[in-house]
Write a new protein. Structure first.
Ligand SMILES: Cc1cc2nc3c(=O)[nH]c(=O)nc-3n(C[C@H](O)[C@H](O)[C@H](O)COP(=O)(O)OP(=O)(O)OC[C@H]3O[C@@H](n4cnc5c(N)ncnc54)[C@H](O)[C@@H]3O)c2cc1C
Length: 237
């Protein structure tokens, strides 16, 4: 892991709240698809998944979404409003992919958890998908699907790639025609048998551990699931 100060090449808004940040790398950084970095602020370090894939050597991409009512998030947002460079520590995390799995891959993301999956998908895409890949993306409202167009492009380009957006508060978006409910439940509706799948999950601890329990009950060997949460926020014994 190294600490670097990186010029901000660009910051653009995906929608009302989520921002896409591109950092120029002053030197090459070795990382694996799915790893994260920490933004170093004077008082604290904040973890953010790397949205770009390791094939891109000269820049890193981040997606940052504010958390309402969080002083930490306010600090990060204020920095992004004015900063011309960011100090980061990179790489971190043991939830990554170094080769395509030999069975069905389920990528399950809540909200900006999609960033980690983007890195993994873009890492695998040049080789194509020899096994089916399912991306389940859970959001509150369809306006949170800020990468919907890119997901549709992946699905168009790759026969074996399927994206399933799932909206948990459809009352806020009455025109939404797609899947509704909790993203983990959507996977369970689609897969009767999870004995031979590889799963990556990105989201908060409650969602990740509820998913682990439900998938194990459906037959998934516990070791087939990876998540940053397992090391970042271990389940109390
Ligand atoms: C490994 C990791 C990666 C993250 N990546 C991003 C990201 O790409 N974009 C972003 O906007 N925020 C991400 N976050 C959340 C981000 O670090 C916080 O939003 C930020 O620190 C401000 O604090 P907070 O009060 O909003 O959230 P906190 O209360 O510090 O964190 C919110 C909770 O949600 C979980 N969480 C939220 N988003 C993610 C995510 N994408 N992946 C894994 N866990 C998540 C965290 O584990 C935490 O328990 C990530 C968090 C972690 C642990």
């Amino acid at each position: 892991m190294k600490q670097l100060t990186c010029p901000i090449a660009s910051i653009e808004n995906y929608n009302d709240d989520t921002r896409r940040i591109i950092l120029d790398l002053p030197e090459p950084v070795e990382f694996k698809a799915g790893q994260y970095l920490q933004m170093v602020l004077p008082e604290k370090k904040y973890p953010f998944s790397i949205a770009s894939c390791p094939h891109v050597q000269d820049q890193l991409e981040l997606h940052v979404r504010p958390t309402a009512g969080s002083a930490d998030s306010d600090r990060v947002e204020a920095l992004l409003d004015s900063a011309t460079e960011l100090t980061i520590e990179v790489p971190l995390g043991d939830c990554f992919l170094t080769a395509a799995p030999k069975n069905t891959l389920i990528l399950m993301a809540a909200s900006t958890g999609i960033t980690q999956m983007k890195s993994i998908i873009e890492f695998m895409a040049p080789e194509g998908f020899s096994q089916p890949v399912y991306l389940y993306w859970g959001v509150l409202s369809d306006k949170d699907l800020y990468m919907a167009e890119l997901c549709a492009q992946w699905q168009q380009r790759h026969d074996n790639f399927h994206v399933v957006p799932v909206v948990s508060e459809p009352d806020t978006t009455p025109e939404w025609q797609g899947r509704t409910g909790l993203v983990g439940d959507a996977v369970l509706e689609d897969f009767d048998d999870l004995t031979n799948v590889t799963v990556f999950v990105s989201g908060g601890p409650a969602m990740v551990y509820a998913t682990l329990d439900a998938f194990v009950e459906r037959g998934m060997p516990e070791e087939n699931m990876s998540s940053d949460i397992f090391s970042y926020a271990p389940r109390p014994k």
